[in-house]
Design a binder for this molecule. Structure first.
Ligand SMILES: *[C@@H]1O[C@H](CO)[C@@H](O)[C@H](O)[C@H]1NC(C)=O
Ligand SMILES: *[C@@H]1O[C@H](CO)[C@@H](O)[C@H](O)[C@H]1NC(C)=O
Ligand SMILES: *[C@@H]1O[C@H](CO)[C@@H](O)[C@H](O)[C@H]1NC(C)=O
Ligand SMILES: *[C@@H]1O[C@H](CO)[C@@H](O)[C@H](O)[C@H]1NC(C)=O
Ligand SMILES: *[C@@H]1O[C@H](CO)[C@@H](O)[C@H](O)[C@H]1NC(C)=O
Length: 764
């Protein structure tokens, strides 16, 4: 684990850039194909990468691709020198044992981690003998979900090198007929336009994307490492039949039901908006902007309510009122005045929202409760189970609760469970410049109810996926799949019962659609239940995942490799938790790319000697923490690039301290003494001392947002340091005048002399 300490000065770092640029010339991706086949909205995508080791000696060759979060990986194969190595899907625990064994032998393990909002990264490597070739083949499957009247197939193209034989082939077959098809995404630009061809018949479409090597270097977001971007195929199908579209095959059926010629149902909607202290800054501003837009779009026959909450509740009006011009204007005025303050009493706020909706029953309308929060309940009722049961009792299946979790300080599972228990869904709003658009976009999805109390019935069908849906919104779609009893199509009769504004859905894929939907829905149910029921759902979901070899949250794939190589295990990351990786990672990049920018100099100039501690954003954190006196991990401030929200410090003796920007509460613990560790909280800094090592965590504030910045004041006497900037030193700008320098950019890998991913941690 030990590596030589690199003593780097400002000048030295610059030099090291030049000398350690990664050399991937030793292996050559001579062919990279992505083949996606979509039939009845079920997409099966195969990525095939062929790589040659051009060196005289054996080399470790990497395969690294990004796939949509919503997809399940179902197959991974490597072909090396006439041998086939097929990945095996196993129950997670079983795969974990294999992983642990591999780690204890000092071998690394493969990972799937999430990247951004929509993608997950799959990564593995294998050693290939001199002048030999390897073919990697990854298959993943996904049921495209209809949103705002369209399906989107996202294909991420990032082969890591310009590739001579690069191809993306998409084939879409929709019996109902393709209404329109468009190509979007970062790769669909003018400079690549001639690389894209699209042909279409009534029921089929083909999209080919064949950029030349030169185009792969020169297009937007492309460079010496080739392409890095998305191709998004957007389409919708014809919906002439009010009843939808049913396909059957080999004893299975799938019913797509998405009528659009119905009239809208007036709605009653109550917005419950968190205005607690943590919403401070951009979050509250964006919420205000989004809310004002949303209010403006209410229809005149809608009724609405608006409450904000912290530890208390603030009504715009106590009861629901009609969305008349005057009322909407007054509510907009109220929204403009929302200010952040105080704690978070989610229980009281949601119950009050439910009370308002319950007090306003209206025949022929659809009721919706929308909660927006960015944190966990901190005051009033804070027991999560109790809140769940209170809310459930108050709503009693009469309307839907949608929870929007703003940022990464929320317990998303808590919100998700609460929504699912109340016929709704939870959505994460990513803290970013477009958060207001995300909020508005979500609202638009539920803005136009067309049906309520939808029950899908199938005489002669069994093992059905979810059949009851409390509301159906314009632009969305209801999908039910199941088995046809005894494969008897004659007696199979589907029927839909629902309330509308005027009174009272070829191959073996359908089976996979059924399995895909069943697994997703069992996992949702599992989240809501506890005890033996939970175990039962989990067991069923696990059995199906194994049977159809889907890599789901309950299973993992053990990558099979030639004997003697590292064992790689891939797990499906959980929403949210793995984004911590990415945030940490981004920060590392930032530090490396812009450390000598004047912005940082201002911060740095205030202090004495700036040695960065063992900053690891690394998977190997557990191993490291045994070796080092202390190791430090940080969770990036998700607004980005200013510092950390939370800093976790691991000490040699397995003790752990976490410091977060929510210092209001944490600061109360001004002084923590653990055995031989001293933590002192001062006004704008925390002082952590262990043995002869001293570290200071500065609390900075910018635009009203607090963030943390760790500094190693006193190096351990044995002078060991590892990680992102461990062991490097910087200039003491408190003595000299801080110079203004331009940023220079370099790849993180070249400065680290290792893959950046080696520095990502799963947990703080
Ligand atoms: C893509 O995959 C489909 C289904 O496996 C196959 O029929 C087709 O030939 C493939 N297309 C290409 C260009 O490889
Ligand atoms: C291949 O190996 C031989 C001897 O091991 C060496 O002399 C030669 O330079 C190497 N060639 C390349 C291209 O690395
Ligand atoms: C539903 O969406 C379709 C397509 O966007 C639109 O043409 C139609 O008017 C919408 N229906 C209602 C009731 O808003
Ligand atoms: C929904 O429909 C079912 C039967 O289709 C009926 O029993 C139930 O009362 C309805 N619920 C509501 C809230 O209308
Ligand atoms: C499907 O349903 C039948 C009975 O209706 C049951 O015997 C069978 O086990 C079910 N299959 C699955 C995969 O759940």
């Amino acid at each position: 684990m030990e590596r030589a300490v690199v003593q780097i000065t400002l000048f030295g770092l610059l030099l090291c850039l030049v000398t350690t640029l990664p050399n991937k010339d030793d292996w050559n991706i001579y062919s990279f194909h992505i083949n996606s086949t979509v039939s009845s909205r079920y997409a099966t995508t195969v990525i095939t990468s062929r790589v040659a080791n051009r060196m005289n000696e054996s080399k470790e060759i990497e395969f690294q691709v990004r796939i949509p979060k919503n997809a399940f990986i179902s197959k991974f194969t490597m072909f090396i020198d006439g041998q086939v190595y097929d990945g095996v899907v196993k129950a997670k625990e079983e795969a974990q044992q294999q992983y642990t064994k591999a780690v204890s032998r000092g071998q690394s393990a493969g990972l799937v981690s999430s990247v951004g909002r929509t993608l997950e990264e799959f990564k593995t490597s294998v050693t290939v003998a001199a002048h030999k070739k390897v073919t990697f083949e990854l298959t993943y499957e996904e049921l495209l979900k209809r949103r705002l009247g369209k399906y989107e197939l996202q294909i991420h193209a990032r082969p890591m090198q310009p590739v001579k034989d690069f191809k993306v082939d998409v084939y879409i077959h929709e019996e109902a007929g393709i209404n329109f098809i468009e190509i979007k995404g970062g790769l669909s630009t003018k400079s690549l336009a001639n690389a894209i061809t699209k042909t279409q018949t009534e029921t089929q479409a083909w999209v080919y994307f064949y950029p030349t090597e030169a185009q792969q270097r020169t297009c937007d977001s492309c460079g010496e490492k080739g392409m890095n971007g998305d191709l998004v195929i957007v389409y919708d199908v014809n919906r002439d039949l009010a009843f939808g579209d049913i396909k059957t095959s080999y004893g299975y059926f799938v019913h797509h039901f998405a009528p659009s010629s119905l009239q809208r149902i007036p709605k009653n909607v109550v917005f419950v908006i968190d205005q607690s202290g943590s919403m401070h800054g951009r979050k509250i501003t964006q919420t205000r902007i989004a809310l004002i837009h949303i209010l403006k779009d209410l229809a005149e026959d809608d009724y609405f309510g608006l409450i904000t909450f912290d530890g208390d509740i603030f009504h715009w009006k106590r009861e629901l009122v009609q969305a008349s011009k005057t009322n909407v204007n007054s509510a907009k005025e109220f929204a403009r005045g929302i200010r952040d303050r105080g704690a978070t009493d989610i229980n009281k706020a949601v119950l009050e929202g439910a009370r308002m909706l319950n007090a306003h029953p209206r025949d022929g309308s659809a009721s919706i409760l929308i909660l927006l929060t960015d944190g966990d309940p901190t005051t009033g009722e804070t027991n999560l189970e109790t809140i769940h049961s209170n809310v459930r009792r108050a709503i009693a299946d009469k309307f839907s609760l949608y929870c929007l979790g703003f940022g990464f300080d929320v317990n998303f599972e808590f919100l998700e469970k609460m929504s699912l228990q109340n016929n709704g869904v939870a959505r994460r709003i990513y803290e970013d410049s477009d958060a207001d658009l995300q909020l508005k976009g979500f609202y638009e999805e539920v803005a136009t109810p067309l049906l309520t109390n939808v029950t899908m019935m199938y005489t002669g069908g069994t093992n059905l996926t979810q059949t009851h849906f409390s509301q159906y919104y314009n632009g969305s779609e209801i999908v039910v799949a199941g088995q046809i009893t005894d494969n008897d199509i004659e007696t199979f009769t589907p029927e839909v019962v629902a309330v509308s504004s005027t009174g009272t859905v070829t191959d073996r894929r359908i089976q996979r659609v059924w399995a895909y939907l069943t697994v997703k829905q069992l996992l949702e149910k599992e989240l809501q239940l506890s005890g033996p029921e939970k175990a039962k759902m989990k067991k069923e979901a696990l059995e199906l995942s194994l049977k159809y070899s889907f890599v789901t949250p309950l299973t993992s794939m053990v990558v099979t490799k030639p004997p003697g190589e590292n064992t790689d295990v891939l797990h499906k990351p959980k929403e949210g938790e793995t984004n911590h990786f990415k945030q940490t990672l981004l920060f590392c990049l930032f530090v490396l790319e812009t450390i000598y920018c004047s912005f940082l100099l201002i911060i740095i100039a205030l202090y004495h000697v700036y040695l960065f501690p063992s900053f690891k954003c690394g998977v190997e954190v557990h191993l490291f923490s045994f070796v080092l006196e202390l190791s430090v991990n940080g969770l990036l401030d998700s607004v980005g690039n200013r510092g950390f929200k939370i800093i976790g410090i691991h000490f040699k003796n397995n003790q752990y301290i976490e410091i977060d920007t929510n210092v209001k509460q944490k600061m109360k613990t001004r002084c923590i003494f653990l055995s031989s560790i001293t933590v002192l909280g001062r006004d704008k800094e925390f002082d952590v001392a262990v043995g002869d090592t001293r570290m200071v965590i500065l609390v900075h504030e910018k635009d009203g947002n607090k963030f943390l910045w760790p500094i190693l004041r006193q190096r351990p006497s044995d002078n060991r340091g590892d990680g992102i900037l461990g062991g490097s030193s910087a200039v003491d700008f408190s003595i000299s005048i801080s110079p203004t320098l331009d940023c220079w950019f370099m790849s993180a890998e070249s400065a680290l002399q290792r893959s950046l991913d080696d520095f990502t941690v799963a947990q703080l």
